[in-house]
Design a protein around this ligand. Structure first.
Ligand SMILES: Nc1ncnc2c1ncn2[C@@H]1O[C@H](COP(=O)(O)OP(=O)(O)OP(=O)(O)O)[C@@H](O)[C@H]1O
Ligand SMILES: [Mg+2]
Length: 485
């Protein structure tokens, strides 16, 4: 295990040195052994006979770590803030994983930094447990995401209305480059920094662009970032994830999900679903996420206008044309995803319509998204589910069965294919709240660990899976999530 600090070479405009806060009594709460092994952290700890709690709470520094808080700006709910930055996070450095990819290792909740703007720099145990469970569930679902290596309780209290136990999350991500990182320099008119940042992003995420130059490099870069966002949002829609705070400072260049603050899962299918208490206008509602990703990509494109062409009119035309590809690319990828969930091969518009009709039925009947697709998948190989689906959706199910038959693949094969896109279990909101409450009340991670066993196999029926499949009694109508906790 060798920590590197490549980000620091970008120059001191990009970050501010900041030392994590000393916790009074760091205790390991949750630990991701698989991730620790893949990063060489497990071997390091075994060799040194060290406990992870000190290193992953900020109490002690890993060898060669030079902690910094990263500078970034961001559009929050549409309004630009030129200076946000890591107000409660410390980048410890980078580690090379067993697949040779390089990952950032960052602490969150590790104390105030020069970017804290009056905030306390801390994190409560509840949100830390949420970040661990959600990110690990998303990774197991196959959704691009930052990971969580550890949650360490600090032994200190954090004030969030009441006193709550404090914790530090250790996050591992392909990088922490955000759209807001580019916006930070664009707002300062620092074209040179944007060029350097772009080269750095290419070296970490898009090495295939390394040999391109000039405007071609920049349009290639934008296309590559757009494509990752298209993929990411399609994956969110596939599993029913609502990010909740898709500000440009929470939008990564790598295309990974980051910041599990006010996120939630839909139960009843409704594109207008919004859970975040501060999202009064529903800007970040479930079905609006593709448009917001597009809007965020427009903010990124703006930062590149001076680099796309010297003539500003020409540059705007190039930017608009690149952005114009986004909705079409999204539609195409989305229909493909929906068809995979529905088991249909897309051979024409009538296949698209068949898949969309199913969503309309779920909406009209107020049905659970995950369980309905699960039942549809099972109906191909289980007569009980077949009867249930046939009576729930008489006309549609007949049309669908006929189409599946017509497309000529054996039912078992179609069911297997659908299963890869339809989880049997997701991190449902009511279970999340119950598990977090239990962890805090008992001062024990056991409830989280039992749930994680199931969430790490979201496409399989384990003996304890049924404990977590029930939709919320009220369809989550009164469920609310909160930011900045
Ligand atoms: N308790 C806090 N103290 C200081 N700064 C904070 C605190 N909570 C949030 N911030 C800062 O406010 C901004 C927006 O917060 P947001 O909730 O999006 O991020 P976050 O959850 O802290 O971190 P990340 O995006 O890295 O997951 C960020 O600059 C963040 O560092
Ligand atoms: Mg954030």
């Amino acid at each position: 295990m060798q920590i590197s600090n490549s980000y620091l070479q970008l120059g001191d405009d990009f970050y501010l040195p900041s030392t994590p806060r000393q916790p009074s009594n760091p205790q390991l709460f949750l630990w991701n052994q698989g991730l620790a092994e893949s990063l060489g952290v497990a071997d390091f700890l075994a060799q040194e006979q060290e406990d992870p709690a000190g290193f992953f709470s900020g109490g002690r520094l890993l060898p060669n770590s030079k902690p910094v808080a990263l500078a970034y700006a961001g559009h929050q709910f549409g309004h630009f803030n030129p200076r946000l930055g890591d107000g409660r996070a410390h980048l410890l450095g980078e580690l090379r994983g067993d697949t040779d990819m390089v990952f950032d290792v960052q602490l969150k909740g590790s104390g105030a930094t020069p970017f804290s703007r009056g905030g306390d720099g801390l994190c409560g145990l509840g949100p830390a447990v949420r970040e661990f469970i959600m990110s690990e569930a998303m990774a197991a679902l196959g959704v691009p995401t930052s990971r969580t290596l550890a949650v360490v309780t600090t032994g200190d209290e954090v004030y969030r209305g009441d006193a709550v136990p404090g914790a530090v999350v250790c996050r591992v991500a392909a990088s922490h480059l955000r759209v807001g990182t580019f916006e930070y320099f664009y707002a300062q008119g620092n074209k040179d920094a944007i060029e350097r940042l772009c080269d750095y992003a290419i070296s970490r995420h898009f090495p295939e662009l390394a040999s391109s130059e000039g405007p071609e490099k920049y349009s290639g870069f934008l296309r590559a970032v757009f494509s990752r966002q298209v993929e990411l949002v399609c994956e969110w829609l596939r599993v029913g994830f609502v990010h909740g705070v898709m500000n440009t400072d929470n939008t990564t260049i790598s295309g990974e999900t980051i910041d599990y603050g006010p996120c939630a899962m839909i139960s009843t299918y409704n594109p207008n679903t919004v859970f975040s208490s501060i999202d009064a206008m529903g800007r970040y509602r479930f079905g609006h996420q593709p448009s917001i990703a597009h809007w965020n990509m427009a903010r990124l494109t703006e930062c590149f206008l001076p680099l796309l062409d010297q003539d500003s009119k020409q540059a705007t035309a190039i930017g608009e044309s690149l952005l114009g590809e986004f909705p079409q690319n999204f539609e195409q990828r989305y229909h493909h995803m929906l068809a995979s969930k529905t088991g249909v091969r897309l051979q024409g518009d009538s296949d698209k319509a068949l898949c969309e009709d199913f969503l309309q039925l779920l909406r009209k009947q107020g049905l659970d998204y995950t369980n309905s697709f699960d039942s549809l998948t099972r109906s191909l190989i289980d007569p009980q589910h077949e009867d249930r689906c046939a009576s729930q959706w008489p006309e549609w199910y007949q049309a669908w069965s006929a189409r599946i038959e017509q497309q000529g693949r054996p039912r078992e094969v179609v069911a297997e294919g659908m299963r890869r896109h339809n989880p049997v279990v997701i991190p449902r909101n009511h279970h999340m709240e119950a598990v977090i409450d239990e962890c805090i009340k008992n001062g024990s991670p056991d409830a989280a660990k039992s749930w994680l066993k199931v969430l790490r196999r979201p496409y399989q029926d384990l003996p304890t899976t049924p404990n977590y499949q029930d939709p919320p009694a009220d369809g989550d109508r009164s469920y609310q999530t909160f930011c900045g906790t």
